[in-house]
Design a protein around this ligand. Sequence first.
Ligand code: LLP
Length: 424
Amino acid sequence: MTESFTYVNGILHAEQVDVARIAAEVGTPCYIYSAERLRHNYKEFRDAFAGMDIHIHYANKANPNLAVTRVLAACGAGADITSGGELERALAAGIKGQNIIYSGVGKTEVEIAAALKADIYQFNVESMPELHAINKVAAQMGKKTAVTLRVNPDVSARTYKKTSTGELGTKFGIDMVQLEEAMALFKTLPALDFKGFQVHIGSHVYDYEPFREAFLKLAELTHAWRARGYTVERLDLGGGVGIPYDGQSLAPFADYARTVRETVGNLGCQIAFEPGRRLVGDAGILLSRVTYDKQGHSNRFLILDAGMNDLIRPAMYEARHSIIPVKQSGAEQTALADIVGPVCETSDLFGVDYRLPGVGTGDLVAILQAGAYGAAMASTYNGRALIPEVMVSGNQYAVVRRRIAIQEQIDWESVPDWANVATH
Ligand code: LLP
């Protein structure tokens, strides 16, 4: 638990707001974000690099909510985007094109044109055909644009397999052995302005050694290409810094900052970061109510009104989030329970063997560390609404995304006349 989500008189509060009140007024399940925590996390990130020329580009994919993005932008964050949709969102949240970096392996020409129109700060390019595509679109638009090359450093991030991106054989980045070819292209593609290199080795990296290995490779590249007459002025270190999930212990953030300083701090480069989870992960909770306390023959299940469609991380990565009661109870003895959702899949399981004293049918629970890749990855699977998102600041709260009810979703769709034909 962070200081932004604490018990006051035995009831869980988000900053100064009683979350049971939010449940009563907004309904469950819902996400609750702490503005104060977002600001705290941003400041901690920024201050760790005091004295260095750094740019922080919030990885919008972690939580694209406009209010979340705005709070971080107001603190000074730019955005790291991965699609034309995220470009629109970042601009709508008030981030200027000049504070936007565009990452991702599959930028289409339409998306590239939109980014050029917005005069973004930099494209992080991941392949040779992408270099050609950006050059072509930029030339057509009469522009020259800043580019860094994302390299695949062949470093294992030692985290979830599904969020590891820095090893050979993944689709990400340009393999080191192909850099020669990629760098040569800059001589023939006049609408591209080479600025430097980028790495992003994975997400939820909680052992900082892989970062050291990857950043050292960037430093080597910087020296090597400078020696060959290239100007290398920007290094983008990606995102990926982990957070403690369910009591996991993690080296202090200062160790990550030291790793950065020791590896790339003295190259005279501007350093960019693309943090997502580190800024928003612990700033959000998923508030849910127990629909049933079901005692099976061998297992006890607390069946929540939130499901894998609302928070897919446990099902997808076997991630284990902290789950706590909203109302503290004097009870000490309680049977262990598997925490599950209502969706018709065995994988709709938040985790096994949780001990939640005093919690039974009708009670509220909070799933912590849900600010990153929670609402962002939600779906309407099993005919479920997209749930509300609430932001708290001090003693006030606001619904920052309303519930998208089923009727609204039905209205997205249409049925052609010929669907009524029963025979063929
Ligand atoms: N930069 C790039 C190029 C990325 O691909 C990502 C995340 C980030 C930055 C931000 O990474 P962060 O600081 O948040 O670790 N859905 C997964 C995480 C997928 C991350 C995808 N890329 C999860 O729930 O754990």
